[in-house]
Design a protein around this ligand. Sequence first.
Ligand code: R5P
Length: 325
Amino acid sequence: MIEQENKKKMLIYSGSSNAELANKVAKELGTDLAEVEKEQFASGEIYIRLAESARGADCFVLQSHSGGINFTIMEQLLIVDALKRASAKRITAVLPFYPYSRQDKKALPREPISARLIGDLFIAAGANRLVSIDLHTQQIQGFIHEPFDHLTAVPLFVEYFKDKYKDPVSVISPDAGGVKRATTFAKHLEAYVGFVHKKRDPSKHNEVKAFTVIGEVEDRHAILVDDIIDTGGTIAAASRILKERGAKTVSVVATHGIFSDGSVETLKDAPIDEIVVTDTLEQNGNSEALGNVKVLSVSGIIANALTSIFADDSVSALFMGENVL
Ligand code: R5P
């Protein structure tokens, strides 16, 4: 028998989107990002080359999917493929925001299930594990047949809001599907829970109508809790109805702030005191233009999770089990 000392090696890679978050994660882990040569051919094709050997290493590939989302997906896939062919021991794709997550089922006949395809692509490229934060729907974890570590930014939001208000608070989901998420958050603030009855026409993307609020908001501080702010239509409509029903203030909490073009126009007149998002996505200037957006960093959450994965320790223990609700 030939025995070797424990030669476990961790390497952190980043795609080109949101280098700030990737560098923060590496810093929290006490290391630097592993170098990757990234270029683009005139045709638009992406060129990737790992600068150092990854043989036998536990490799983590971070990428934030915003802006040119189809480019960032392909770039991350290529880094994973390069690692597989470079004999990495284990490859974990870290997608703080899971792209295409809202297309997790057929809403109309003859549509693709794009969220499933994303999972398939990463596994086909060579990922042995996926990590993501506050998935649009938890069942996306079941789209892959490899381990999926689901993290949550709820502890960051709880910390931010826990001593903010003296008067009673209601945590409101802007749709019925998000009530579970709102309930976890409300539990820590000892707040009431409610939701807005909203409707989308599946044939009209980016449009939303809010009808009524289920729950008490009169003379209370309302905190709207969502996973994504994209066009801003959902929270703009929900904030108006909360104000109509007598909410003292309306704050918004959402893990992933996409703030697509047009969101500033949609949100600037909405009765929202403050919007709190995280840096799972690189901010594009629209949130700054709004002037009431606070960005909290998930770097510590990701760094802790990667440390646990590398050490084969529990990830759910970091969240006292609340990451799998
Ligand atoms: C929808 O089900 C999601 O949870 C978000 O409410 C939605 O994606 C937000 O999109 P928008 O800002 O475009 O209304």
